[in-house]
Design a protein around this ligand. Structure first.
Ligand code: FES
Ligand code: FES
Length: 470
């Protein structure tokens, strides 16, 4: 199918330091632009949905999955691919280290691994086995060559010492030219520059908001029917930032712009001081690539029952701030999720901010059970908040994800914990209560019986840890 030129967006950016310009549907994947339009074939397509890292590239220096980046969001930015690593007749020191340690077997994962390693080295993070493994956790090697890959990155780090080695800006292997009209059925996109402009567009016609794209782009790759014009939110600086403010009822709140990424939550000193559990949750979402792009607002609006942050928002009585041309309204997170992937957001509204009250003395704990440490979609998420008083728990909230069509609070379990002193016996009672109270289903990720079991265990562990019985 040939796209009508009116649905194409002209996007200008650099690839390995060279300026390029493409005309493509704004929703076209950066991976397709690199491979098909620009002839840069080293980034690979594996899963096509953000799980394998074979398509990894650097976007303004951050490691991202190019299969999840719509090209409209690359305007004015710098893309680096493996074609640009070697230059002046020399390999990058990381490429040398991969060769010396035998870190390449079939080579399919190698481009993504090299860029994950290069992003890690550029970050200046102290190289340890743990930090290197975390840096490549979003990259799957089917030949199970991880040990040598970790060795290679450590070796390159040793050689670099304290010297920061930027990815080189050199000519790409193929000379990119204007791509012209590209046959592809990706949806078009519009990129408003202000919130007012975005709200005006939403009021005029149905569009599909897209933030980090980690969910929307997967749906598009599936061929899911929704081909509405994408409303690209990336330029809306009003929706960014983490700060302390006053809530509607006067107390302090942690205010997080809807476009705040998981990586920003992890790095935020304000989050670390006032709600460290949120940084813990952000660290559990996907791997480096997903954390660089995925946003809190996206997690909320997608309303997946497995959304990692949602139980914490329920357990902390968070407020969601929605904006439209009609004005702004606040809604408690507990009233936002109305059904499976359904929310109280009207078609013409955007989620602009999340406000989390910060009452004195409140404690919050979270546990996620998945298949593996990185990239796991939750089988069960449990978040608990309470305040201590004379050794007993008060204002108890127990919230869970992946156990029903919506993330939910467990009122009967909360009633058992309210006013009680945490003990092993209480932990057992609460675990049995929550297993009976939830309504999980069997699906491709787990069974209902397993979810009941691990929800109870996760809650029990939180209570025992809090009681000092861990
Ligand atoms: Fe697997 Fe993009 S192709 S993450
Ligand atoms: Fe074959 Fe990693 S070397 S997939």
């Amino acid at each position: 199918m040939t796209q009508d030129a009116a649905t194409l967006t002209t996007v200008r950016f650099t690839v390995n330091g060279l300026p390029v310009q493409v005309a493509a549907p704004g929703g076209r994947r950066l991976l397709d632009v690199l491979r098909s339009d620009l002839g840069l074939l080293v980034a690979k397509e594996g899963c096509g949905e953000g799980e394998c890292g074979a398509c990894s590239v650097l976007l303004d220096g951050a490691l991202v999955n190019s299969c999840l980046v719509p090209v409209c969001q690359v305007e004015g930015r710098a893309v680096n691919t493996v074609e640009g690593l070697a230059g002046d007749g020399r390999l990058d020191p990381l490429q040398d280290a991969f060769l010396e340690t035998g870190a390449v077997q079939c080579g399919f994962c190698t481009p993504g691994m090299l860029l994950a390693g290069r992003a890690f080295l550029n970050s200046g993070t102290p190289p340890t086995d743990r930090t290197i493994r975390e840096a490549i956790a979003g990259n799957v090697c089917r030949c199970t060559g991880y040990t040598r890959i970790v060795e290679a990155i450590a070796k390159a780090a040793e050689r670099a010492g304290d010297v920061h080695v930027p990815a080189r800006s050199v000519a790409a292997a193929a000379v990119p030219g204007p791509s012209g009209v590209v046959p592809h059925d990706a949806p078009p996109a519009v990129t408003p520059r202000t919130l007012a402009e975005a709200l005006g567009l939403l009021a005029d016609r149905p569009c599909r908001p897209i933030a980090g794209g980690t969910d929307v782009m997967v749906g598009l790759a599936d061929g899911a029917g929704d081909r509405r014009t994408l409303l690209d939110l990336q330029a809306l600086d009003e929706l960014r930032g983490i700060r302390l403010g006053d809530g509607p009822q006067g107390g302090p709140v942690l205010a997080l712009g809807a476009l705040t990424t998981y990586a920003e939550v992890r790095r935020s000193p304000i989050v670390a001081e006032h709600l460290p559990v949120l940084a813990e949750v952000a660290a559990s979402v996907g791997a480096v690539q997903i954390q660089a792009r995925g946003t809190l607002g996206g997690n909320v609006v997608n309303a997946s029952p497995a959304g990692d942050t949602l139980p914490v928002l329920l357990a902390t009585d968070a407020w969601l701030v929605l904006s439209s041309v009609r004005g702004e309204r606040r809604i408690p997170a507990a009233r936002f999720f109305t059904g499976y992937r359904a929310t109280a957001r009207a078609e013409d509204e955007l989620l602009v901010r999340i406000e989390i009250p910060l009452p004195p003395g409140r404690r919050v704990r979270f546990r996620k059970v998945g298949t593996r440490r990185a990239q796991a979609i939750a089988k069960v998420v449990v978040a608990v908040s309470w305040t201590d008083g004379d050794g007993a728990w008060h204002d108890v909230r127990v919230a869970l994800g992946s156990v029903a069509p919506v993330p939910l609070r467990a009122a009967e379990t909360e009633a058992i914990l309210e006013g009680s002193v945490p003990t092993p016996a209480l932990a057992d009672r609460a675990a049995a209560a929550v297993a009976a109270e939830i309504q999980p289903i069997d699906d491709v990720r787990s069974t209902a019986a397993y979810r009941r079991l691990v929800a109870g265990r996760a809650l029990r562990r939180i209570i025992l840890d809090a009681a000092g019985e861990g």
